[in-house]
Ligand binder design. Structure first.
Ligand SMILES: C[S@@+](CC[C@H](N)C(=O)[O-])C[C@H]1O[C@@H](n2cnc3c(N)ncnc32)[C@H](O)[C@@H]1O
Length: 334
């Protein structure tokens, strides 16, 4: 059976759906964890195959109504949890898990919901919360100090003008509480040069979204736990949308699949046996046909690994990303 690309009545277009299905092979049944349920594009497709079961997760409670419709249809084969995927190990799973998928980032519905302030057109308060958050972008912009803002923009957004932008924010916020449009204007005015094709605030927005949703610790924890949970011959698959996310997935997958790994991130023991093998030596990207149908998929990169041996849980992915995790910890004072 070939996966259909166009979604039914949902706004969100499931990115790389054919490619995901070809790799996780639900055709033979089995239990799958969809860590980023969203509008349910992947889950629905998996459930089309008999003898499959889907355990779905999403931090956004707006996914609940789609999940409850699916539950009515597949009572014994579909389960939804409104949690963050960093909490995946808290799920009591008795089945063998054949595949764990992460379609990272935001659904189109979340971006189009102007109250979330994820898009440059949002008129209201700064927000950027995906769900189950402790603070919002409004707190970050109005409460963190200049140096902290600079590091967030520099390391989470790779923004070259991070120093100037954070300086200007700190000056402007003395006059009023800054909202989404104030932030866009500050970035536009501060940047000396920018190309009109992409909004000049793109990198600052990306940095704030990553910070507000603690995306670095979410991903590192989610991947680390998945390596323990997935069964022998099972697959972990990620679809990422920005380079920081992709770098983390690539590092994690490469290290799990390397033989005789002597990296300093594996300090305790040398791993003689590979516990995983790479399915994708290079990331899979959308076909020209998919790009025509859904241009936002252009930055998508799919990577996957398969469990082939006993997984020794000795990889300290947190050490590698210590610097970024320390920046995430600025939120402790919010
Ligand atoms: C790109 S969308 C997924 C779309 C989905 N594959 C589909 O076809 O409809 C990403 C989803 O992941 C959710 N998400 C992002 N980070 C998460 C996390 N750490 N824990 C749980 N859900 C998360 C978001 O709320 C969003 O709904």
């Amino acid at each position: 059976m070939n996966a259909t690309i166009l979604p039914e009545k949902t706004l969100h277009y499931p990115v790389l759906l054919n490619e995901v299905i070809n790799i996780i092979t639900p055709q033979n049944g089995g239990t799958f964890i969809d860590c980023t349920f969203g509008q349910g594009g992947y889950s629905k497709k998996i459930l089309e195959y008999p003898n499959t079961k889907v355990i779905a997760i999403d931090r956004d409670k707006n996914s609940l109504h789609i999940a409850s419709d699916l539950k009515k249809k597949f009572e014994d084969r579909f389960y939804f949890h409104n949690i963050k995927f960093s909490q995946i190990k808290d799920l009591k799973i008795d089945d063998e898990v054949k595949g764990i998928v992460f379609d990272l980032g935001y659904s189109l519905n979340q971006i189009k919901d102007l109250s979330r302030g994820l898009s440059f057109d949002s008129k209201g308060e700064l927000n950027m919360k995906m769900g189950l958050n402790d603070f919002s972008a409004k707190d970050v912009i109005n409460k963190l100090d200049q140096n902290e803002l600079e590091q967030i923009f520099k390391y989470f957004g790779e923004e070259k003008n991070s120093k100037l932008i954070s300086k200007k924010i700190v000056l402007e916020r003395q006059k009023k509480n800054l909202d989404t449009q104030d932030l866009v204007t500050i970035v536009k005015r501060t940047k000396k040069k920018y190309y009109t094709k992409t909004n000049p605030a793109t990198k600052v927005f990306q940095a704030l979204r990553i910070f507000v949703n603690k995306e670095i610790s979410e991903l590192t924890r989610g991947l680390k736990e998945s390596a323990n949970i997935v069964s022998q011959n099972g697959v972990i698959l990620t679809v990422s949308f920005h380079s920081l996310e992709d770098k983390i997935c690539k590092f994690f997958f490469n290290h799990l699949s390397k033989q005789d790994n002597v990296s300093r991130y594996l300090p305790e023991k040398k791993s003689k046996k590979m516990s995983f093998s790479l399915i994708t030596k290079k990331p899979v990207t959308p076909s020209s046909q998919e790009l025509k149908l859904n241009s936002p998929s252009r930055s998508a990169k799919l990577r996957a690994i398969k469990k082939i041996g006993t997984h020794e849980n000795n990889m300290n992915v947190f050490l590698k990303y210590e610097n970024l995790l320390n920046i995430e910890n600025f939120s402790k004072k919010l």
